[in-house]
Write a protein that binds this ligand. Structure first.
Ligand SMILES: [Ca+2]
Ligand SMILES: [Ca+2]
Ligand SMILES: [Ca+2]
Length: 321
């Protein structure tokens, strides 16, 4: 009993801290950057569609203006991935209003082929190589929460941000922050960011492990985990309250692979954890990957940067029957 109380206290403390960190990628994910390549890039560099869609959700009680900040929005300088010379343009656009989330095409893993620009565009800016924005934050907003789409299921107002590789062949690395201030990163209490298709850069250091947290709702009876262009870099494992690091197939250069896992009762309405463990024997640098998770109906599961219900802890036979 005492141990249980300590455990709950620990989780509360951890969750409390997590609620106050809202970058994407989040610190817990240990992912250095999001990535979007220019529209004329080769997918074998690790981006299958040159388009990344993120959503921000603000709790219904949150009424202040918010800002979506982008770190290093330009493609050039030290952070980004150079091919030949820097000639890439990436456009960032923020959407709100009805359908910005609820149009199913914006949640599809094939979103970039459909009506993913649903809702209405509230702000947009294209960035090429520009020292003005190199390793600096650019701020979109202010946005009034009521300008988002209210989604009861998600508990609040939702905005969408699309990063789209317009032209060029270089990789734009960047990060987001959902902020209540225009000129610094001030967390939105209870806010969260999520995506249905995660395009990201792995760390170069083989000792670093990344993790992402898809959420399985009560309708989920199996999940299909897909990964693209993992370049055979080590292992990918799935953890949950009922899974203790089950290995996934891993993809090679420019290839998708699929792994299907059954979801048991205890895992419903909880976050899963997918761990990306780099090869300990070969050094693979600048490894960019794409990951999707869908349920048995082919509906995408969202990845939240702050895992819903906290980081899953493997608890064998959590509910004895
Ligand atoms: Ca180039
Ligand atoms: Ca950049
Ligand atoms: Ca790769």
């Amino acid at each position: 009993m005492f141990r249980k109380i300590i455990f709950i206290l620990l989780i509360s403390i951890l969750t409390g801290i997590l609620l106050f960190s809202q970058p994407a990628p989040a610190a817990d994910e240990n992912i250095p950057y999001l990535i979007t390549f220019g529209g004329n890039a080769d997918p074998s560099w690790g981006d299958d569609d040159f388009c990344q869609i993120f959503f921000c959700v603000l709790p219904a009680s949150f009424k202040q203006n918010v800002y979506i900040r982008v770190f290093d929005p330009d493609t050039g300088g030290a952070v980004d991935e150079l091919k030949g010379s820097f000639n890439t343009v990436v456009k960032f656009s923020v959407y709100g209003g009805p359908k910005c989330w609820s149009d199913s095409s914006s949640q599809s893993i094939y979103a970039s082929r459909g009506n993913y620009k649903s809702g209405y565009q509230m702000a947009s800016k294209s960035f090429a190589a520009d020292v003005k924005y190199d390793s600096k934050w650019y701020t979109f907003g202010p946005f009034n929460p009521s300008e988002g789409e209210y989604v009861e299921k998600l508990g609040g107002n939702v905005f969408k941000i699309i990063a789209e590789g317009i032209s060029g062949d270089d990789g734009n690395l960047y990060r987001y922050y959902l902020s209540s201030a225009p000129d610094n990163n001030t967390p939105v209490d209870g806010g969260n960011l999520f995506t249905y298709k995660y395009h990201f850069r792995l760390p170069d250091n083989p000792k670093q492990v990344c993790q992402i947290y898809p959420f399985a709702d009560d309708k989920t009876i199996s999940v299909e985990v897909r990964n693209f262009d993992w370049d055979n870099d080590g292992t990918i494992r799935v953890f949950s309250v009922a899974k203790n690091g089950i290995a996934s197939r891993i993809s090679s250069e420019n290839k998708w692979v699929t792994e299907i896992y059954p979801v048991v009762e205890e895992e419903k309405n909880s976050s899963l954890e997918i761990q990306f463990i780099k090869s300990q024997t070969s050094v693979i640098k600048n490894n960019n990957v794409v990951v999707t998770v869908r349920n048995q109906y082919g509906v995408s599961l969202p990845f939240y940067v702050i895992p819903i219900g906290g980081i899953p802890v493997y608890t064998p036979k959590i509910r004895m029957k």
